[in-house]
Design a protein around this ligand. Sequence first.
Ligand SMILES: [Fe+2]
Length: 316
Amino acid sequence: MSTFMGVDHVGIGVGDVDVAIEFYGRHVGFDRVLFDHAGELPGLEAVAGRLPRARVAMLESSGATPIGPGRVKLVQVLDGDGPPPAPEGQAWGEVGVCEICLHVRNVQEVHDALVAAGCASLMEPMSANVPPAGVTLDIAYVADLWGTKLELIEWTGLWRSLPGPARAEGVNHVAFGVTDMARTRAFYERLGFTELLFESVELFDPMAPWYRPPWYDPGNVPAQHMTMPMPAQGASIEPVVLNPPGHDCRGEWGHLGPMDFGIRVANIDAAAVQLRGQGVAVHGEPQSLDVGSGEWRYVYFAEPDGNYVALVEARY
Ligand SMILES: [Fe+2]
């Protein structure tokens, strides 16, 4: 087994964890609360600029499948002025985490159910395929109650969902903006994201309306270079380079909306040593927090564009 086992979770900044647990549990399928912890988060000084205090709830979907295995981590910053605002001017693909993709069974039904639950539809369900292998998919986008872009995908050309009713499974991939695709691909390849599912360099036209003034000229929307390097297990990443580049939308750690992600490892001490051996700046030693149901172990590290990424060893 490789050291690195794909994306474990995507972190979402929220204004109220109770409200978000209710919404994500009831409507988005993340019905299992693995832990719900409030306190200081050591080891985050390098990414948060301080020792933050936050409430963190890790949620899993009981409908998770091998292609929708990832979790979500709800983060409510408790210190200072509370959760920092979402970065302004984020369309899609600027540096920073920009979407959470859920694998679903029946994109149309899940899209409609989420809209009925109060989500905004950002892209009506459609069928598409991605180059170069022409893998087919059904796709739609909604925004959750707080504006987080949730992509809904059924990879019909890769995997048909398990039988049963329409439902959201877990996280399939996390999209984030970067500035140099070759550098990012090389970096994440060493973290196990080795198998290229698709690569495209054109604007995905249904996203064009997301690029709005004053941040963008709607008549001159940037090109999107997207790739999806898959790990052998766990959820995938979808790095994006905009041309011309957008502004930096990483925001402060803990900001509202999707803002960080974790890569799962079985042995975080060994994985941190391995990362350091590759020349990666690891922000201190792995932390171990008692979260009641077990132990939450994580350590953040520097990735090429300063996106907020951690290793996580889940013992809960
Ligand atoms: Fe995506």
